[in-house]
Ligand binder design. Sequence first.
Ligand SMILES: NC(=O)c1ccc[n+]([C@@H]2O[C@H](COP(=O)([O-])OP(=O)(O)OC[C@H]3O[C@@H](n4cnc5c(N)ncnc54)[C@H](O)[C@@H]3O)[C@@H](O)[C@H]2O)c1
Ligand SMILES: [Zn+2]
Length: 365
Amino acid sequence: MRKTISVSINHLSKKYDIQVSDSLDKIINETTVFEKHSKIFILTDSNVADLYLESVVKMIRKNTDKEEIYSYIFEAGEKNKNLQTVKEIYEDMVKVGIDRSSIIVNLGGGVVTDMGGYAASTFLRGVPFINISTTLEGMVDASVGGKTGVNLDHNKNYIGTFTQPKAVFIDVSMLKTLPHRVLVQGYAEVLKHGIVADEQYFDDASRIPFIEMSIDQQIEIIASSIKIKSQVVEQDELESSYRKILNFGHTIGHVVESLSLETDDSLYHGEAVSIGMIAEAKICELSGMIDSKTFNKIEQSIINSGLPSRFKLTISSEDIYDLLISDKKNSNGVIKWTLLTGIGEAVVNVMIDKKFVMTAIEYIL
Ligand SMILES: NC(=O)c1ccc[n+]([C@@H]2O[C@H](COP(=O)([O-])OP(=O)(O)OC[C@H]3O[C@@H](n4cnc5c(N)ncnc54)[C@H](O)[C@@H]3O)[C@@H](O)[C@H]2O)c1
Ligand SMILES: [Zn+2]
């Protein structure tokens, strides 16, 4: 099965295709994206390089007679998603003579596509790039939307650009080599897309765990998730308002994630977002925006997908609340929530009485 999602950011007249299938070889074989470019520069991390770099180079060589295919491998891990690595990438690009007629191929998860997109969009004021996403989180979230970036010390994604790729290629069978926990955590964003924008999709995604799905079902789930995100991004590329529906679960999720990163038992982003989604759905229930049945449906789906529902750290709800208030995104101590009036119906910039927030935080502790 092959699904193509066309994304167009209308007001900027940018358009690109995201291809989802179970054969990268076929996708690359048929693409014309390399035609107009002189040099190809593949950026990847050490894990993905070991597994896929050689075969991807072969696939590209079959598609194009271009001699000049270069690759740059950095050590895998979020800790290397920073300006130092970007500097090393720039230096390598200079060394091999990358210019605006070249194309960058980001091969990897969200760390590679975020950092590679940033390096490409800033080198010589912008070299075109494509993303070959190899993680579930990368496929359903980082690959679409045009946010590129790196971390500045502990400030996540503080440096970046909004730059759309020329194309995104997704081969679902590459997920087979992903560690189980990394795969499952990526499913949080799949569920989130259903929760904020499409109840039917949420029901489909909740029916059986992702790893029990056939490859065609997986392609369907990933393609529909991308479709939902791209439709949101098309309406509000720069996140002035509507795109904030994608932040559901992330207000409390971010606090939970950063607290956990200071312990030996750190949570993956998607795991923290799952706990955040449960807390924020609880706020909706407590404030009468959704009924208990809807809350239970959301919580059960998260649990059935193998995602965590409670935060194990010993911390008071008051301390978590203080961290929420001090988050730089919440200017003047006012938290503007993304909440739900139903599954598939999100509302942004909602202000909520502290008592509901406190009870919801206690619920996840
Ligand atoms: N731009 C956006 O809109 C956006 C959205 C969501 C997340 N992100 C970013 O994405 C990053 C997280 O993404 P991630 O979870 O993909 O992290 P990641 O890129 O670090 O990948 C996770 C791990 O899996 C390995 N890996 C990747 N593909 C593999 C494969 N097919 N088989 C085996 N191992 C593989 C990687 O080497 C890494 O060790 C964060 O930095 C986050 O900020 C960006
Ligand atoms: Zn997220």
